[in-house]
Write a new protein. Structure first.
Length: 385
């Protein structure tokens, strides 16, 4: 009799987990446009269509993900799953949303390695870069009102951007900005630990692959766009595992394909150490978000009522915007001698700012244009390859 009474609950839990898996697999495979679009689609599907949570709960969770490290849209998927089915729901929803992007970007990295000299492939990748810069500039435009609301916020963001441009480590910039912002309240904040740096090496072993991705995932605050600066500091500047062009291609492709931007890790991991590298990099970059969301039930109420902690995290978020500005400026020289690319970036930015065309459509337009012109012009010189 006891077994019979427990069976319906197990069946109901299985149905809930199955619904979460199907819904977030579909969203991960079809939702283009970056974290802002992802969250808007989550609200429409999970609140208005399915009624999985009410508007107030969704809004409260959305505010919560601004306070904790990790990619906002992926964490919202995890929180929705946690709300529906506890820790099992968190793992199912988060993994289902991440999986399509991770597989697709790993396959694209493999295809690029198999066809490294094909002019169409190189042209398509180069055609994505102007749109990538336009998307980053549009993200900065969207954050401008928050950053510019008063003198302290402007100084923190500008100081972070200047420090990053001068070569300061990304983790140091984020932590320093958090401390500076916290001091405006007179509150004290405990220092935060992060993953130690990996020793540079030309022969990358599998056990070395996860650490720079784990560090980037742990230091990411706010939108996933910021991840490119964190990865650049670790993978390009410090370790030399990938080049700026490879990182730009990975980020551009993650924006041009559905799912979370942190799928960039799958592409880079594949290029660094093959399929196992892709797996380890993907798990490492998302692991901090799973841990934080798993602790959210007890952690967030404490953070939300601690003024010094919220100011510290606000400062880290402002510094993240500054890092994105520095990364955008750092990549401008890539297109500086390519008038056609700069013109396409400006047009794409105008379209994004006016909301006339979505990012997904612009990326595919750039990809197809670069593909066709790359086939006609093998060196793809017009787009800066």
């Amino acid at each position: 009799m006891g077994t019979l009474r427990r069976q319906p609950a197990m069946t109901a839990q299985g149905r809930v987990l199955g619904d979460l898996a199907r819904e977030f697999l579909r969203l991960g495979a079809t939702t283009f446009g970056g974290p802002t679009v992802h969250i808007a689609v989550f609200r429409d599907k999970c609140v208005r269509s399915r009624g999985w949570m009410d508007e107030a709960t969704f809004t409260r969770w959305l505010g919560a993900v601004q306070l904790i490290p990790g990619p906002n849209s992926s964490e919202m998927a995890m929180l929705i799953g946690r709300h529906r089915a506890g820790l099992a729901g968190m793992v199912v929803a988060g993994s289902a949303f991440i999986l399509p992007s991770a597989l697709l970007l790993a396959m694209l990295a493999w295809a690029q390695a198999e066809l490294p000299s094909h002019p169409g492939v190189s042209g398509a990748l180069a055609g994505l870069r102007p749109v990538m810069l336009a998307v980053m500039a549009d993200a900065l435009r969207a954050w401008l009102p928050e950053v510019a609301r008063d003198l302290p916020t402007r100084l923190v963001a500008a100081g972070a951007a200047a420090a990053a441009l001068l070569g300061a480590p990304e983790a140091t910039v984020l932590l320093a900005a958090g401390l500076v912002r916290a001091l405006f309240t007179g509150s004290t904040v405990r220092t935060m630990a992060f993953v130690p740096a990996t020793v540079p090496t030309s022969d990358v072993s599998l056990w070395q692959v996860p650490w720079p991705f784990l560090k980037a995932g742990a230091m990411l605050f706010g939108s996933g766009y910021v991840i490119v600066g964190l990865l650049r500091e670790g993978l390009v500047t410090r370790l030399g595992w990938v080049t700026d062009s490879q990182l730009a291609d990975a980020f551009a492709l993650s924006l041009a394909t559905p799912g979370p931007i942190l799928g960039t890790a799958s592409y880079l991991g594949m290029q660094i150490a093959g399929p196992m590298g892709a797996l380890l990099a993907t798990v490492a970059i998302f692991l901090p978000a799973f841990v934080v969301v798993g602790l959210a039930g007890t952690l967030l109420p404490r953070i939300e009522h601690h003024k010094g902690a919220t100011r510290f995290l606000e400062g880290v978020g402002l510094a993240s915007v500054g890092l994105l500005l520095a990364t955008t400026c750092g990549w401008l020289p890539v297109l500086a001698n390519q008038p056609a690319s700069l013109a396409w970036a400006a047009v794409a930015f105008g379209m994004l700012a006016s909301r006339r065309v979505g990012a997904g459509a612009l990326f595919w337009a750039g990809c197809l244009g670069g593909l066709l012109l790359g086939m006609l012009d093998g060196d793809s010189s017009w787009i800066g390859h």
